[in-house]
Design a binder for this molecule. Structure first.
Ligand code: NOJ
Ligand code: CA
Length: 702
């Protein structure tokens, strides 16, 4: 484990070393603080701006061209001179309001290249930050004559890998990240459909642009190095996908999600692109432990932050996904009734939960796909908004609001302020937003610049109302919670709900999302289902699927112990224990969900392998929590206990798979053990995992 503990007592140390000379021809190198990682910028013999990277002398990226095609300046990057370079070092510590650790260290060497494109007669800048665990670069276009407002038609950032690495990726659908990961060589990215994603294939949701993958995409090299490509600080730009640059080499190239007219980005100088990020580590856990994406964002911009707090929730939610209750009033099975919500509030209060998410309290759900169906403020007649929020307050629990837009952006934007005003008035400080379905106006995509702007607008407006956001069907996370800490968590992952109404998520999925989607930031996966096969829902279950010609009922592909482990493995500052109160009531394993924190002082990955398993530990107020999960294969991991405070005594409560547990045939067989240990005396621990299983351990400091 390479868990980072920062001893730095100084806050910011910035050393400015500027060199300058006209038309520098040589290679400009930027090394990471410890010197392991180096990034080189160079103008090649054709005059193109390129970069490359190496780690301990081994190539990470070969010469990779960088360029842009603007409507007015279509060849930016093709006839370049380096006018001047500057370097500086930044080493700072900052303290997030919540997170995987309570202290972040931002330590990098930065190089700036001042460039002139003599072909297009434009000046611009590339800035690159090199960390020990990765690097990032962005392009800056200063205001200048001949370049005011612009239309960007293409970004041609290349990533030329020296070998055809093993890659873990999802198809570059422009409307959803809710897909199962594929593992292929880089040269197959975007070329093959994953049969586990029958709902989202090559044809889905796009024009005729070539196919590739969304980011983060994670890779393993033959030499045991791990890489991930993503982006940071996506603020007013299109989401970046990656496609193969040609048929024969493992080189990926950026492809941006378009506006309806094919333009990718509209803007005005001065302009900065998001950071293009390359994480590099010697273990997959090293990628997970990196804070680079977060660090590349700007410090907190919000004034008031008192309402921003991690929360553990229950939700009037799962029963609707099972079909036992409904969002709307049709069929007489409405879930969000005053009486039912009060029952959830009582259960939350009795078990120390902070809030209850309520979906389907506002009218419009019967006509989901009709335009203008939601006004976001009118309650159904069996839901007493004022009474319930007052009742929750009395019980020390908060109601968490819901704003499902169904993808209708323009009417939502008109109604957003009144909706947030009402939430603020009744004391709601946290909302979940939703964008299920195609974006309207048609032709816009969830991941294009127009929607990036929309998602940001909602975050800013919510902050003005003292409200935090958990976005479903979001734009990918690029670390903006550092700047807008009220943007706490998001979905953007194929979450628990898919188990209710599709063939579901295979066990490997939750391992893989920890090493891919999880690198971007917190993930609202909504774990914690105890009734694995929906036995207790019985005949009320509604969503039978036709799978391979057979009527098939949904179910989880998981053991029960694994459901507990996911609360440690998958980080989110807002976590919803997603099962029904009646499935938790009196269940001994529920104690773990009562105990597990949602905010952490330290976090680390003990062991892991893409496609196979992961073991994570996290600390909160001196107590440690461990979560480990495996794929469809049983295995026993042996992990060191050196994360515990040496000499300290801990009460250890273990929630594990029973010896005959199996995710398909015997998923709810589990065992709870209690013992004590003195850290240092016991050096390691075995973690037995059933097929599709997991283990959750609480180390309570005594
Ligand atoms: C999809 C979201 O992911 C889910 O959590 C929500 O319940 C439904 N949309 C309805 O808003
Ligand atoms: Ca969803």
């Amino acid at each position: 484990m390479t868990m980072r503990i920062a001893f730095k007592i100084f806050l910011t140390l910035a050393v400015l070393l500027a060199t300058s000379s006209a038309a520098l021809a040589e290679r400009f190198a930027i090394n990471s603080p410890e010197g392991r990682l180096s990034v080189y910028f160079e103008v090649d013999s054709q005059g193109r701006l390129t970069y490359s990277a190496s780690r301990s002398g081994q190539p990470v990226l070969l010469t990779s061209p960088l360029g842009f095609e603007f409507k007015k300046h279509p060849k930016l990057g093709k006839k370049v001179e380096i006018l001047k370079t500057e370097e500086r070092t930044v080493d700072e510590v900052w303290y997030p309001l919540y997170g995987e650790r309570d202290k972040e260290t931002n330590f990098f060497n930065e190089g700036s290249l001042f460039l002139r494109d003599t072909g297009e007669n434009l000046d611009y800048r590339v800035v690159c930050r090199v960390y020990d665990d990765g690097f990032a670069f962005r392009t800056i276009i200063p205001p200048q004559k001949g370049f005011g407002s612009f239309e960007l038609m293409a970004e041609n950032t290349h990533f030329a890998f020296p070998d055809d690495h093993s890659a873990w990726w999802i198809l570059d659908n422009w409307d959803t990240y809710e897909l199962i990961y594929s593992n292929t060589p880089v040269t197959q990215i975007g070329k093959v459909d994953n049969p586990l994603n029958p709902e989202h294939t090559h044809g889905a949701s796009r024009g005729d642009a070539p196919h590739g993958c969304n980011t983060p995409v994670t890779m393993e090299t033959k030499d045991g190095l791990f890489l991930a490509i993503h982006e940071a600080m996506l603020t007013d730009y299109a989401g970046m996908t990656l496609v193969l640059a040609d048929e024969s080499t493992p080189t990926l190239k950026s492809q941006l999600v378009p506006w309806p007219d094919g333009v990718k980005v509209r803007g005005e100088a001065p302009f900065e692109t998001p950071w293009r990020t390359v994480q590099v580590a010697s273990s997959p856990g090293g990628l997970v432990e990196s804070s680079m994406i977060l660090n590349l964002n700007e410090p907190n911009k919000l004034g008031r932050v008192d309402y921003i707090k991690p929360m553990k929730l229950l939700g009037v939610w799962w029963s609707m996904h099972l079909g036992a209750e409904t969002w709307g009033m049709e069929g007489g099975r409405h879930g969000a009734t005053t009486e039912n919500v009060k029952r959830y509030i009582d259960f939350a209060a009795a078990n120390g939960f902070d809030g209850v998410l309520v979906e389907g309290w506002n009218t419009g759900w019967e006509s989901w796909y009709k335009d203008d169906n939601f006004d976001f403020t009118t309650p159904y007649k069996d839901f007493d908004l004022e009474g319930i929020t007052a009742y929750a307050r009395e019980k020390g629990v908060e109601l968490v609001g819901h704003l499902e837009t169904g993808g209708q952006i323009e009417s939502f934007e008109e109604r957003l302020v009144p909706a947030l005003d009402q939430y603020e008035r009744v004391g709601v400080t946290s909302v979940k937003t939703g964008y299920a379905g195609k974006i309207r106006p048609p032709g816009q995509y969830h991941h294009g610049q127009w929607m990036v702007r929309h998602y940001r607008k909602v975050v800013e407006e919510a902050a003005r109302h003292g409200i935090t956001v958990n976005a479903h069907e979001p734009i990918k996370d690029t670390g903006i919670r550092r700047t807008y800490p009220n943007m706490m968590t998001r979905e953007g992952v194929r979450g628990m709900e898919w188990n209710a109404w599709s063939r579901g998520n295979p066990p490997e999925h939750t391992v893989n999302i920890a090493f891919t989607r999880g690198l971007a930031g917190p993930m609202d996966y909504t774990p914690g289902i105890f009734d694995i096969t929906f036995k207790n829902t019985g005949d009320k279950y509604q969503f039978w699927n036709k799978i391979d010609g057979l009527e098939t009922k949904g179910r989880l592909h998981s053991t029960l112990a694994r459901q507990l482990a996911l609360f440690v493995v998958l980080y989110s500052p807002i976590q919803m224990a997603s099962d029904l109160p009646e499935n938790y009531q009196g269940h001994p394993a529920f104690q773990f969900l009562r105990d597990v924190p949602v905010d952490w002082g330290l976090s680390g990955v003990l062991d892991g392998k893409l496609g196979d398993y992961i073991a994570v530990v996290r600390e909160s107020e001196g107590d440690w929590y461990l979560g480990a999960i495996t794929d469809e294969n049983a295995r026993t991991l042996k992990v060191p206990l050196d994360f515990l405070a040496k000499g300290r005594k801990y009460q250890v409560t273990t929630y594990k798979d029973a010896s005959d547990a199996h995710y398909e045939t015997n998923p709810t067989a589990y065992k709870i053990d209690k013992t004590e240990l003195v850290a240092g005396e016991v050096k390691e621990m075995e973690l037995p995992l059933a097929p599709g299983g997991g283990i959750a351990i609480q180390f309570k400091a005594l």
